[in-house]
Design a protein around this ligand. Structure first.
Ligand SMILES: [Zn+2]
Length: 430
């Protein structure tokens, strides 16, 4: 708009100048070769103006001829890109909505219009997966590996596919490469640790978690908790493989990372006792017991005693009860020791205490045993056994991922493969 105003002002000034000149007397003579032209000054000025205008028009026309097609092409390209991006967006929305048809169509349109695999491969792979074309999806994802911008996403999808197919070696390779690519991304280290743990490579799994902790992908408490789980398994493996030193070292490391973890404390105590270090074993169990009583700790308390004489065991359990009188498991432990020492009164006494604190099937069964040992089979025994049937079941280790119960704790749930998911359902203290 301003340009146009200036243009008219310029034209006006020129015309005014020409008129002013035309009104002045005088003539202009132009001699060119043999021709001589003579005219008034005003006419000459108008002719010059006309010439300038013609040159301007010619320049504008030339520019339009030369750039015209490019300009039109650029506009067409912009239109294609816009269409491509629209298709890409529609495709992802369709994928999120579970519409395989629209996702596939949009992916194809975006591919054609954008011609940029980095932007469209992931959608094409997702669409292929949604219409059940696993091979096609894998092909797109392998193509994603060729581009640094899409490699990590491709690795992740291929790793998940390999895990679903049970191809651990391939899954491991993708996880390792992803971790190299992006050490600060949170999934590769976690996935690597789970894969190594799933294969029983406890030390490799631990190393992956240590790396995750170092690069702050996992916070210290979380990493410590998980690493303790792996180290317990490593300790078990070493103990079973006749490497007591390695077993002790791993169990100690697990206990140091997570002293409240019952399997770590009970294993460490048992290993220490086996190595003749009974006092150390007792200290480990005391520390763990104060953090949270547990039937497995109560069992280990008796097993790790230097003196296995029944009366000595009764005394030892009295110390455990004294530490936390409200812990039912200590009373049960003491009762078990008393049964071995045939101290029926003491056994019944503590079983009753335990029953008051936390009644369970196991306690009624032991009460029936004591009754039978002391007074023979009678209606009281049957009554106690009936109560055992209807009493609350004893707590067991349970996988938080799949709900399967386990007789013993494991770092990996053998039912669903979850790592560090098996927990004790509730506290035994009241
Ligand atoms: Zn499970």
């Amino acid at each position: 708009m301003r340009k146009a105003v200036f243009f008219f002002i310029k034209i006006g000034l020129l015309v005014a100048a020409a008129v002013w000149l035309a009104q002045r007397p005088g003539r202009v003579t132009i001699e060119w070769l043999d021709h001589v032209a003579e005219m008034p000054v005003g006419i000459a000025a108008i002719l010059i103006l006309l010439l300038v205008w013609l040159i301007m028009m010619a320049t504008w026309g030339w520019r339009l001829l030369r750039n015209g097609p490019g300009m039109l092409g650029r506009r067409r390209d912009a239109g294609r890109r816009e269409g491509g991006f629209r298709a890409l967006g529609q495709g992802w929305v369709a994928a999120a909505a579970g519409d395989a048809d629209i996702a596939t169509k949009s992916a194809r349109t975006a591919e054609k219009l954008l011609q940029e695999p980095a932007l469209t491969l992931a959608l094409s792979a997702r669409a292929a997966e949604m219409r059940g074309d696993a091979k096609g999806a894998a092909t797109y994802r392998k193509a994603m590996l060729a581009n640094p911008a899409t490699e990590l996403a491709g690795r992740r999808a291929l790793m998940q596919q390999a895990m679903a197919d049970g191809d651990r070696a391939a899954a491991l390779e993708h996880a390792r490469r992803a971790l190299e690519l992006r050490p600060k991304a949170d999934w590769p280290a976690k996935a690597l640790a789970e894969l190594e743990a799933g294969g029983g490579n406890w030390l490799e799994a631990d190393a992956a978690l240590a790396r995750a902790q170092k690069s702050k992908v996992l916070d210290k408490a979380d990493a410590g908790h998980r690493r303790a789980a792996l180290l317990i398994e490593e300790a078990r493996q070493a103990a079973a493989g006749g490497r007591p030193e390695a077993a002790l070292q791993a169990a100690q490391a697990a206990f140091d990372m997570d002293p409240a973890r019952v399997p770590a404390a009970s294993l460490l105590a048992r290993l220490r006792a086996k190595a003749g270090q009974h006092a150390k074993a007792t200290r480990v169990l005391e520390q763990a017991w104060r953090l949270g009583p547990h039937p497995d700790l109560a069992d280990a308390w008796g097993e790790t005693a230097a003196d296995q004489n029944p009366l000595a065991l009764v005394k030892r359990y009295e110390a455990l009860v004294a530490m936390k009188p409200g812990a039912a498991d200590a009373h049960v432990g003491l009762a078990e020791a008393a049964i071995k020492a045939q101290l029926w009164g003491v056994a019944r006494n503590h079983l009753e205490k335990a029953r008051e604190l936390a009644p369970s099937t196991r306690i009624y069964r032991r009460l029936a045993d004591v009754q039978q040992a002391e007074r023979g089979n009678g209606p009281e025994v049957q009554a106690l056994l009936n109560k055992a049937m209807s009493a609350p079941a004893d707590p067991r280790w349970r996988c938080t991922q799949c709900g399967t119960t386990h007789g013993d704790w494991h770092a990996v749930c053998d039912a669903c493969g979850a790592v560090d998911a098996i927990t004790w359902p509730k506290a035994t203290t009241r």
